[in-house]
Design a protein around this ligand. Structure first.
Ligand code: SAH
Ligand code: SF4
Ligand code: F3S
Length: 476
């Protein structure tokens, strides 16, 4: 779910890349007719993509309509990520390109949103002269004011981090949507303090959103034809919302059940699960509801207990393995994926081997793999030398990537002959004679179209072959 590259849609796993050009409006939303337009690009994790839809909603209320054409916009926004150095480099590079647009159309405002805005604060305005607006992840309600300030010729900045803000009452304006799958943000921030990670500094304290507002959003999406929601948080298992009236507490398993009950026709996914917090109750709830997908993204980061301790992940190899065993025991056909960091401070060759053996043992269907990138201000940056040489990091990462590709491929080969219920998302990227759908396990399955079937429908598809990353099949 992470994107360091300057493309808008890579990350939107459940969405259909082929529909990049469409902007869908919420029917109930009326944009005041000002003729003003904004253009927005998002980088980083799904939370950022979800936030951009909140931003779009807030701007639409004050008369800014979204456009896909940068040159015709009055306001260019970039929702940024700080997770690795490369993510920030990409943003700076992108700003150079915005500069050209601004020169051609003076008066265009440039705004930087998200984690990099939060991390750099006023430094951003000093370093990047062309930037007019800087807004952190909890300051989006203030955007109309910041835009007005910038239009008046001054810089607009708000990087205040809140303990309460969840944007619960804002109905996101779905951008780049295929009209079938949508993200729902259920919580914000993170309290975990993994030593390598910048997120607690850029997104602040963890807080959970009103459970009823989440169910209302899911219900609204279903009524508008959506068939899949992904519940988003940095650590969804620590979701905890107390009903202020009854004092009853809703945990993640209960929330998931509430959302699953919106309709058996609507699939429920979630991300990200934390190995230390994922409970058996969550697993039994997944088993109970057919529409909760059998897929868990369970970042391991490292397969070695000493490194995990240094990362402050608060679980060890044995704990992680126990959780994986439990998942396969309760949901035998569950797919598990991971995030992996190679070459964290002081990692030895042997410790790296533990990560490789974990990939094989856990049988991940896929992984997001990175080499360690030191982030200023984090515990690791302050306490541990970034001492694994760049070449070694890269070589270890390559070994991890090669092994994962191998395991994914073997995993896919095992699916040949099996039949899966897929949700059709749209045309396959390569051919409009084929549909692209997704299995409960989050694997993409390509199969020939048949009259009467359309995106948003479910189909039973038998796997007949595999390519490198996708399954090929035919309708049964
Ligand atoms: N909340 C999620 C992760 C969010 S960040 C979780 O705890 O699993 C997404 C991923 O980026 C992390 O899982 C980690 O693998 C990677 N990452 C975070 N900080 C990093 C860093 N400094 N260098 C390299 N990769 C990093
Ligand atoms: Fe970062 Fe750890 Fe929080 Fe994930 S759980 S966002 S890795 S601090
Ligand atoms: Fe990046 Fe912020 Fe997400 S740092 S990964 S956009 S929480």
């Amino acid at each position: 779910m992470y994107n360091d590259n300057p493309t808008i849609n890579d990350l939107k796993q459940p969405l259909d890349e082929s529909k990049q050009g469409d902007v869908f409006y919420n029917e109930q939303m009326l944009t005041p007719q000002t003729g003003k337009k904004f253009y927005i690009e998002s980088y980083g994790c799904a939370m950022n993509f979800s936030d951009s839809e909140i931003v779009a909603s807030i701007l639409a209320e004050v008369g800014y309509a979204p456009t896909k054409v940068m040159a015709e916009s009055d306001l260019i926004l970039i929702n940024t990520c700080s997770i690795r150095e490369k993510a920030e480099d990409n943003v700076r590079q992108r700003l150079r390109q915005f500069d050209k647009v601004k020169k051609e159309k003076p008066g265009t405002l440039i705004g930087v949103l998200g984690c990099m805005a939060e991390r750099l604060k006023e430094k951003f305005l000093e370093q990047e002269k062309l930037v007019d607006i800087v807004a952190g992840p909890d300051a989006y309600r203030d955007l109309p004011k910041l835009v007005a300030t910038a239009a008046g010729g001054e810089k607009g900045m708000n990087v205040f981090l809140s303990r309460e803000e969840t944007y619960a009452d804002i109905n996101p304006l779905r951008l780049d949507s295929n009209g079938i799958a949508a993200f729902i943000s259920i919580m914000r921030g993170c309290d975990n303090m993994c030593s390598f990670c910048v997120v607690p500094y850029t997104r602040g304290r963890e807080r959970s959103r009103n459970a009823f507002s989440i169910v209302a959003e899911a219900t609204d999406l279903y009524k508008r034809g959506y068939k899949e929601v992904t519940l988003l948080g940095q650590n969804v298992d620590s979701f905890k919302w107390e009903n202020p009236e009854t004092k009853e507490v809703v945990n993640f398993a209960q929330l998931m059940e509430m959302v699953a009950l919106v309709s058996p026709e609507m699939r429920v996914r979630f991300s990200t699960s934390h190995p230390k917090d994922i409970t058996d109750e969550v697993l039994y709830t997944m088993k109970k509801y057919e529409n909760i997908c059998n897929y868990i993204h369970l970042p391991v980061q490292s397969g070695n207990s000493r490194i995990l301790k240094k990362m402050n992940r608060t679980y060890d190899r044995e704990w992680y393995m126990e959780r994986v065993e439990k998942i396969y025991e309760i949901i035998p056909d569950c797919a598990i994926s991971a995030d992996i960091i190679c070459g964290f401070c002081s990692e030895t060759e042997e410790e790296h081997q533990d990560t490789l053996s974990m990939i094989e043992w856990a049988n991940y269907t896929m992984s997001y793999m990175f080499f360690y990138s030191e982030r200023p201000g984090t515990l690791a940056a302050r306490k541990y030398p970034d001492d694994v040489p760049y070449d070694v990091k890269k070589r270890r990462l390559q070994e991890v990537v090669d092994l994962q590709m191998n395991i994914s491929h073997k995993n896919n080969l095992k699916d040949i002959g099996k039949t899966f219920k897929v949700l059709i998302e749209g045309d396959s990227r390569k051919s409009d004679a084929d549909f692209k759908g997704r299995t409960s396990q989050n694997k993409v399955l390509i199969f020939p179209k048949k009259d009467g079937l359309k995106p948003g429908d479910y189909a039973e598809v038998k796997v007949t072959g595999v390519t490198r990353a996708t399954l090929i099949g035919e309708l049964v």
